[in-house]
Design a protein around this ligand. Structure first.
Ligand code: S5P
Length: 478
């Protein structure tokens, strides 16, 4: 720990984070690659922590990027095979996320440098479990004691740390490297940072200047106040009150199972997305019960019907037939391929019934044609029909108008895609980097061993990413 301080991997003073917040402590473990003796020491300490904990595993995987060389050192010294996890989910589509040799059922130990909320560790865990590996333990050099241990525990991962931040302060204080006043200042800063859920902010690489990309974000509450669209106003209010920007896509074929999921996951979501035409036992009773569950847990219902025909036809599809979607779905969506007539048709009943519509501006699937001018046209159509259109299905922010809500499907922790063209980004990528408002998660929750705990995790990850923005904190990735 003293060597880390010597080599400026841990610094004290006054550092301006990209958020503009003054921090008395600064971690940059990336520098250790420049000091072979320190690399050896850090790797040895991590290995000893695994031995002390008596963990057994078949392979190791470092969380990209800082922990990759650390894992490599351990692997070579201790003769334990290692895997590499790719970070670039989007461009790789369905290609391999995990490189190296492994067999399904192999146990993998995660190696990390610093843990704050645990999100990066969980992304790596998800990539590994997606390919059939078992992950039970993660070893970390430094635990910032900001909730990471608890978040990992929820997912059944034990965190073994070489050192916690409190202990680090004690060591440095004891060795006379910092005075007790500095230590107290850091403790106080971390306590208040925890209160406002300060994320893993890092000082600017360009000398501590506030990030140029930064823009003041309006909060959900402020946006609710700006909205005249009744459904958008209600949704922003729910997102604020429930501290959730998570939409659950409950793509199951049994109505009973859907209702059970709605009741179990309902407390953690702002929106439930359905595809009622895949239900094998749809009934009016199902609709009544779904509406009651939505009321009980305070979420809205979004039927993902993707209307795409002339106005007259979509109007009939909306109000009649077996499903009578307009009677119960607060929100529907539409392709813009037919032109504005599709919106005019739906809005005939949608507006008087105070329903909302999302236009499909972009899609998450590989090779989607909804790009460029098509997407621009969707924004124009939304602006011209804002009495009914409340936002977009998209993969990033399409307009700065705060009244429109951006919802992104194709969200999974650690997943890259499926075999049929779906492509995934993490909640943080979607919210912090791409600036969408609502993350839509389906199989990330449905296929989890513990869907309720996993939904909570997505809720936490999505909302934390939003708070990073609305607290005006840095969203640059390293
Ligand atoms: O571009 C899109 C638009 C939608 S609405 N890509 C999508 O995946 N969707 C829907 O979101 C899709 O129909 C499915 O219901 C959900 C994604 O599910 P997941 O299991 O891949 O998370």
């Amino acid at each position: 720990m003293l060597k880390l301080h010597e080599h400026d991997a841990v610094k004290f003073g006054s550092f301006t984070l990209k958020s503009g917040i003054e921090s008395p402590i600064y971690f940059d473990l990336r520098v250790i690659v420049s000091f072979p003796d320190l690399m050896r020491e850090v790797s040895a300490q991590l290995w000893q922590a695994t031995q002390r904990a008596g963990i057994s595993f078949d392979v190791m995987c470092g969380v990209p990027y800082t922990a990759l060389p650390i894992a490599t050192c351990i692997s070579v010294k201790e003769n334990v095979p290692m895997l590499i996890r790719r970070k670039e989910a989007k461009d790789y589509g369905t290609k391999k996320m995990i490189e190296g040799n492994f067999a399904k059922g192999d146990t993998c130990l995660i190696v990390e440098d610093v843990v704050t909320s645990g999100t990066s560790v969980l992304e790596t865990v998800q990539s590994l479990t997606n390919v059939g590996m078992v992950v039970k333990d993660a070893v970390v050099l430094l635990d910032r004691e900001q909730g990471g241990r608890q978040n990992l525990e929820v997912k059944g991962i034990n965190l073994h740390s070489v050192c916690g931040i409190s202990e680090l302060l004690d060591i440095l204080c004891g060795a006379g490297r910092i005075d007790s006043e500095t230590a107290a200042k850091v403790r106080q800063f971390l306590a208040s940072a925890n209160e406002v859920k300060v994320p893993q902010s890092k000082p600017c690489e360009d000398g501590g200047q506030p990030c140029k990309k930064q823009k003041k974000m309006l909060t959900y509450q402020q946006r609710a106040a700006l909205c005249t669209h009744p459904v958008a106003k209600r949704l922003f209010t729910i997102m604020h009150e429930k501290r959730s920007n998570l939409a659950f896509s409950v793509d199951v074929t049994s109505a009973t199972q859907l209702l059970q999921f709605a009741d179990d996951i309902g407390p953690y979501i702002c929106l439930l997305k359905t595809h009622v035409d895949i239900l094998e036992d749809f009934s009016q009773d199902f609709v009544t019960r779904l509406q009651a569950t939505a009321k009980k847990h305070n979420f809205l219902i979004f039927e993902d019907r993707k209307f795409a025909d002339i106005g007259q036809t979509v109007l009939k599809q909306y109000i009649s037939g077996l499903y009578r979607i307009c009677d119960w779905a607060h929100i529907v969506n539409a392709h813009i391929v037919p032109g504005p007539g599709v919106i005019h048709g739906l809005s005939k009943v949608g507006v008087p019934k105070e329903r909302g519509c999302l236009l499909i501006g972009q899609m998450s699937s590989q090779g989607s044609l909804a790009t460029g001018e098509y997407t621009t046209a969707a924004v124009k159509m939304a602006e011209e029909n804002s009495n009914f259109v409340m936002g977009f299905i998209c993969q990033g922010s399409l307009t700065d108008d705060p009244r429109f809500i951006h919802m992104a499907p194709g969200v999974q922790l650690g997943g890259s895609g499926d075999q049929l063209g779906q492509q995934y980004n993490s909640p943080a990528q979607m919210v912090t980097e791409k600036r969408v408002d609502v993350i839509i998660v389906g199989r990330g929750i449905l296929n989890a061993e513990d869907p309720v705990a996993t939904a909570k995790l997505y809720q936490h990850a999505g909302f934390e990413a939003y708070e990073n923005l609305s607290n005006n904190l840095c969203f640059c990735t390293i």
